[in-house]
Design a binder for this molecule. Structure first.
Ligand code: NCD
Ligand code: ZN
Length: 368
């Protein structure tokens, strides 16, 4: 990272750095995917695409989905090279996952994603999830053997309090399993508790994590600031302030086990209950793609860490963890405030409301 300009008070106003990657996001399918995928590809060179649309249960299905994303990006003016580089595919782990699925995933450099089955408190597609990690232990053993990465939505399906699902998961499932399979590559996704942070810090280098900008910005209070805030609602829930502080501390100290994954998860603003944000029963997921980079910068700046630690978190750590080359091109940011749009088109007739709609973001990208 190189600082290009400062203002008279010494604040950074312009900087350039290696282009970032994003190791966790949701794009949906068909016209909805076509409507949102460029919001991420505009900023991020590569993105790990979650498989909960469908869901995508085999590497063959993931290859088809991958092609749809590549075609959509080319149709929108991205070069073939950019489009091919962008999606990194994942497969939805289920109780029927076979050794052959895992071997094929390895061949195509795909990861597996574990979702806890949860009909009542879960995320999109979590009805298709697995009760516990132990229910897929054979597959996990093959993942360790083949060197296939296990991405983990770390919440238990059974506990009375939603704020405790992640802590319980770490204690009851993640820690024992990581102990039993010490060479397994695990990524704890979208960390939300101090317990998960501590687990990542305490385990070996093959256990790493992604952190979203919203979990850096918010604690549980943010969901009720001035009234119920449905567009901020995503899972795992933002927790107590001490949890938020533990996440910030681990990231801002420059620990190389943590990298960016914004968990962008678009849902239509209106529509049938369970599938829309503003319904009698609104669903979890925040459309963060248009603002995620600006939010990450703001979080690092607030913590006094807008320096090489920021570039490492955004553009280096994730690639090193996954043993892929670093991006060679750069991205330039300028402090030039802008107001986040209220909604974006989403599919044929819908709109999606971005996180921070109507709020002012301090930083913008100037060169892409
Ligand atoms: C995600 C979605 O809507 O697909 N929702 C969310 O609250 N984060 C699913 C997920 O990340 O598990
Ligand atoms: Zn997600």
């Amino acid at each position: 990272m190189e600082i290009l300009e400062r203002d008279s008070t010494g604040r950074i106003t312009k900087f350039i750095m290696r282009r970032p990657d994003n190791w966790h996001g949701h794009f949906r399918r068909d016209t909805r995917m076509e409507a949102v995928v460029m919001h991420s590809a505009y900023y991020y060179a590569r993105m790990t695409v979650m498989p909960n649309t469908g869901p995508i249960r085999t590497p063959a299905e993931a290859l088809i989905y991958r092609q749809e994303i590549v075609d959509a990006l080319i149709a929108q003016g991205f070069s073939r090279e950019q489009a091919e580089r962008f999606p990194r595919m994942t497969v939805y782990l289920h109780q029927g996952t076979t050794e052959e699925d895992i071997r094929l995933a390895k061949e195509h450099d795909m990861d597996f994603k574990f979702y806890p089955k949860n009909d009542k408190l879960g995320t999109t597609g979590s009805q298709a999830g697995v009760p516990t990690l132990f229910h897929v232990e054979r597959a996990v053993a093959y993942m360790e053997q083949y060197g296939v990465r296990l991405l983990v939505h770390g919440e238990t399906a059974t506990h009375p309090d939603v704020l405790d699902l992640e802590r319980r998961f770490v204690e009851e499932q993640m820690a024992p399993l990581a102990d039993k399979y010490p060479n397994l590559h695990v990524v704890g996704e979208h960390l939300s508790t101090m317990e998960f942070v501590q687990f990542i810090l305490d385990t070996s280098s093959n256990v790493t994590a992604t952190v979203t900008p919203q979990h850096l910005w918010y604690s549980v209070n943010s969901l009720f600031e001035g009234g119920l805030r449905p567009h901020r609602y995503c899972l795992p829930l933002y927790k107590h302030r001490e949890d938020q502080e533990a996440i910030i501390a681990a990231v801002m100290i420059g620990n190389k086990k943590f990298c960016a994954g914004d968990d962008t998860a678009p849902h239509p603003k209106d529509g049938p209950t369970g599938q829309a944000k503003l319904a009698d029963c609104g669903c979890a997921g925040a459309f963060v793609a248009p603002v995620s980079l600006a939010m990450y910068i703001a979080a690092f700046e607030k913590a006094g860490a807008l320096d090489q630690r920021f570039e490492d978190f955004m553009s280096v750590n994730g690639a090193v963890i996954r043993n892929v080359p670093l991006n060679e091109d750069t991205i330039t940011f300028e402090r030039r405030p802008w107001v986040v749009q209220n909604e974006y088109h989403f599919g044929d007739n819908d709109v999606v409301v971005p996180l921070c709609a109507g709020e002012t973001m301090e930083w913008r990208v100037t060169n892409c």
